[in-house]
Write a protein that binds this ligand. Structure first.
Ligand SMILES: [Zn+2]
Length: 264
């Protein structure tokens, strides 16, 4: 039944078989990688918005090294992200059942040419430089590593290094193209599967901001990113104090703001 289906020319390897059925990499005796097969099968058999399961993939691509458990498979799905794919699981997309994934964006597939270098090659030094430059905070929402998010779903932020221009669109691994992003902002899923925002509803609240806040908001919009104030910078430094020093600082501020008498 599947042989009746005609795929575009780039769905086929040099030996005439679809990429996802290859046992060996072209002209070698090396096993053909499961990640490549997954990319090929999804690319030519699923449309944007379609769902799929690990089981479905197992039946569709012939391989003995796909994944032996869900966790292993989730890791593969994350690897595919580096090739431009967006394949949220039920953890990120509430409409999915526990074993389902969705094709939100397609990325590289074997028929498109050599596998691009993935983004895993940002050196520790460069990483540190970017983190320091961006004040160890997500440049999009301002959250710091380990801080709880102020809005649902609940969770603590994990920082990562993101690309302003994505790798798959030609963005480089240079510091200029890198920025600190939390996992939530780094993941465009939220934007694409829910919580649409309307201008009028938002503006009703923006209108009520103080003038200084409006000026800041405008600056962020024009810059395309949140800029940090000197207050943010001071707070970041405060976070690096040890817990007892942080307590002392809070105590002094209580006095300074009149929330506690000087002699307290
Ligand atoms: Zn963020």
């Amino acid at each position: 039944m599947s042989s009746a289906k005609e795929f575009p020319a780039d769905a086929y390897a040099p030996n005439g078989e679809p990429w996802w059925l290859l046992k060996y990499a072209p002209n070698t005796r090396q096993r053909y990688g499961a990640e490549r097969k997954i990319a090929a099968w999804l690319y030519f058999n699923k449309s944007i918005g379609d769902r799929f399961t690990l089981r479905e993939l197992r039946e569709a691509i012939s391989t003995d090294n796909l994944a032996n458990d869900q966790e292993h498979f989730n890791r593969r799905m994350r690897e595919l992200r580096k090739l431009g794919w967006r394949l949220p699981s039920s953890q990120e997309d509430a409409q999915l059942k526990t074993d389902e994934y969705r094709v939100v964006r397609k990325g590289w597939q074997p028929g498109a040419g050599p596998r691009p270098k993935t983004a895993g090659q940002i050196s520790a030094i460069l990483r540190r430089r970017v983190l320091e430059r961006d004040g160890y905070r997500c440049v999009i929402c301002g959250v710091a590593n380990g801080e709880p998010y102020p809005d649902p779903p609940p969770g603590n932020a994990v920082l990562s290094i993101g690309h302003r221009i994505p790798r798959e669109l030609g963005g480089s691994n240079d510091a200029d193209n890198l920025q600190v992003e939390c996992k939530r902002c780094n993941e465009p899923v939220r934007e694409e599967v829910g919580l649409p925002e309307t201008l009028e509803e938002l503006y009703a609240q923006v209108k009520g901001l103080k003038r200084a806040e409006k000026v800041t908001m405008l600056e962020w919009l024009l810059n395309g990113r949140r800029t940090r104030s000197s207050l943010d910078a001071l707070y970041d430094r405060a976070r690096r104090l040890n817990p007892s020093e942080r307590k002392q600082l809070a105590a002094r501020l209580k006095v300074a703001t009149g929330q506690q008498p000087t002699t307290g």
